[in-house]
Design a protein around this ligand. Structure first.
Ligand SMILES: [Zn+2]
Length: 456
């Protein structure tokens, strides 16, 4: 069965064909570690985690490499470190650790590699040197700039007009620029700013070149999938393409570009000034959003209920619904066996451009069937584990004080009740039916035996 993905570069859904099925490679832009990640930052983490899981399922775990970088050299970091009076290293290390913990709490696998800019400096300098040698970049007053007119394909990802690009990139006019669109590859640092030696003096790289160099170092000159939020499409991804393809004589950086949509909160753009800015950590650990704490897997399930390319409205209602779903499911799944195979229809939905709402509809179909059969149960459990929205290893704590039931107990009670009925001990049979009823289990006697379902 094929995998299709929507390729932003082509503006259409395409059949996914990896360069090397034995080494499928994906790069996703990671965080700039100067502050807690907000819930909008969680969206690409969750979306590309599901894609990572799907690729591992299709091509085999050892044949997929997922790189998600950590940007630990950037001007926002310098500003925040000064503001907080902490060292840059303390700020970036602490923030990166929180980000990794948040991603784990959201039920996301660790990427194969999480490279840092500070560990990639020789490769960054070498790539800039190649761009200068290829006449795609020039040196001016201690800066190195990418010369946009040197790349006739510039703009092919975002498909914007020159005017739109200049407006979108918030182009700064500087005397050393040959062209207003030219962007920074390297800039000088003063003694209070982090810096590295380079052929152009003591300085530091610009943000865009960092991703190009980390991608090249860990995934090679050309790889399969490059992902990130839609807000990164321009100028960041456009510039990554210009740099990498300029350094690699036009070889395409990535064959498939994927972008997740925007996130808003309760119908409004999330912003600190509107007071609806919400971090992953606040959702997980503080009673801020809807006055409640939320389990990471509830957050993940809520995120997956909208297709990744659509805008998502992050609401308390959405989280309440996701939690109630997980509570219903976990009541019967705890301790139950899971099937070896993934449900075919679920897999079909995910293979269709990561149609997670479609996948969840399949799960609802299993659940809403008039009576949940043991096979449905096994399929459901396998699917939830696959998506990383369920945990069996400990008592489920999607909500406080929740009592977990297990299926074998229900099955045993039904068997006992049937034995009692056979012995015409109807008082005992009724007692057991009542006991099941307090467990919110309804039973029905039919020609092929007794079936049961969970009632809410
Ligand atoms: Zn990037």
């Amino acid at each position: 069965m094929a995998l299709t993905i929507y390729n932003t570069l082509a503006r259409e859904k395409q059949l996914f064909t990896p360069i090397d099925p034995k080494n499928v490679r994906m790069y996703v832009c990671g965080p700039t570690v100067y502050d807690y990640a907000h819930i909008g930052n969680a969206r690409p983490v969750i979306v590309f985690d599901v894609l990572f899981r799907l690729l591992r399922h299709i091509y085999g775990e050892e044949h997929v490499t997922y790189v998600r970088n950590i940007t630990d050299v950037e001007d926002k970091i310098i500003a925040r470190a000064v503001e907080r009076k902490v060292s840059i290293r303390d700020l970036t290390e602490g923030t990166a650790k929180i980000y990794q913990e948040d991603a784990l709490a959201l039920g996301c696998l660790a990427p194969t590699l999480e490279p840092r800019v500070t560990e990639t400096m020789p490769e960054i300098v070498a790539m800039i040197e190649r761009l200068v040698a290829n006449n795609h970049a020039y040196v001016a007053e201690g800066h190195v700039l990418f010369h946009v007119p040197s790349d006739p394909d510039y703009g092919k990802l975002s498909r914007r007009s020159l005017d739109e690009m200049i407006a979108g990139a918030r182009v700064e006019v500087a005397p050393y620029k040959k062209n207003p669109q030219d962007f920074i590859l390297w800039k000088p640092s003063d003694e209070n700013q982090p810096g590295w030696n380079s052929p152009w003096g003591w300085g530091r790289p610009g943000w865009h070149i960092e991703c190009s160099a980390m991608g090249e170092k860990h995934l090679g000159e050309a790889f399969d999938i490059h992902g990130g939020g839609i807000d990164l499409q321009f100028p960041h991804h456009e510039n990554e393409i210009a740099q990498s393809e300029g350094a690699h004589h036009g070889k395409p950086l990535a064959n498939y570009w994927m972008h997740n949509g925007f996130l808003q909160v309760e119908g409004e753009k999330m912003s600190k000034s509107l007071g609806n800015f919400i971090t992953i950590r606040e959702l997980l650990a503080e009673k801020k959003f809807g006055g409640q704490q939320w389990h990471g897997k509830v957050l993940k399930l809520a995120m997956l209920s909208t297709h990744y390319r659509q805008p998502i409205d992050w609401t308390v209602d959405r989280l309440v619904q996701a939690r109630s779903m997980l509570l219903d499911w976990s009541r019967v799944l705890h301790g139950a066996p899971q099937s070896d195979d993934l449900h075919n229809e679920l897999l079909g939905a995910l293979r269709d451009d990561l149609n997670t709402p479609g996948a969840l509809a399949v799960l609802h179909g299993l659940w809403k069937g008039s009576h949940l059969s043991i096979n449905d149960l096994r399929s459901l459990k396998r699917a939830l584990n696959f998506l990383g929205v369920y945990e069996d290893e400990k008592q489920v704590d999607f909500a406080v004080g929740y009592e977990v039931l297990d299926v074998s107990k229900i099955e045993n009670l039904i068997a006992e009740r049937n034995a009692a009925r056979k012995a015409k001990n109807f008082a005992e049979a009724d007692r057991i039916r009542d006991e099941l009823s307090t467990m919110k289990i309804a039973i029905e006697d039919g020609p092929s035996g007794t079936t049961w379902k969970v009632v809410s």
